[in-house]
Design a protein around this ligand. Sequence first.
Ligand SMILES: [Zn+2]
Length: 256
Amino acid sequence: MRFLFKTFGWLLLGAIGFLGYTFGLSQFPRQGPSLGIDQIADGIATTYVFMLKTGKCVLVDVGLDPTGRPILDYLEKRGLRASDVQAIFLTHAHTDHIGGIEAFPGVSVFALRQEVSLLEKKSEDRNPLRQIVGQAHTPLVHVTFPLEDQQTVQIEDLSITAYSLPGHTPGSAVYLAQGVLLMGDTIGIGWGGRVRPPVWLFSTDMREARASMGIFLDHIRPRMGEVRVIAASHSGSIDAVRGFAALERYVSNGGW
Ligand SMILES: [Zn+2]
């Protein structure tokens, strides 16, 4: 019986992968307005790069490839090395966001405190896919600096704020820096700029995802004016005014 479940799970994953590939999830650059920062594509995964005045950089997420090759190639083209990465901020513990972490030994890793046990493999991922096919082979991530909701960190000249938006995973983080709001997998952005909830199959608690959006919007509301663009890891970006309007509508309608 368990074998049947596993087979079904893998078939489902294959079908999703095929559909995603066919319908452009792997396209790069992804749809929507420019973020004004560099993005590194690694299949369906995205790494975001904030350049610092010193010429070094900060990364948000580290892609899927366990060797970190797409990111190392990007750095090399700019005359940089892995040790020039001053900090890594992780949106959450899924393989396609933390895959390349071992390519950056000694670099400080930031993530929300509620995600630490998943990242450090002290707890299991409880989303529907993982319950069917078992746990993913993810690298062990040591979080150097656990973050609190709404905490701002200064890395040289970069000011970056973490917001908690649990549901996709228990400690899913959204990051705001340089006018860009990086939502990770907490939302998707569909055709014509529609905003979607996180994908059920990969999400721990959809009810929590719905409830936490209202709290998140309350927390970020005083700073909405400084956000230019909102980005989702796998599906591109949307202008901030349209994006926030869609999210506010979602909350006041009681769900998507
Ligand atoms: Zn995810």
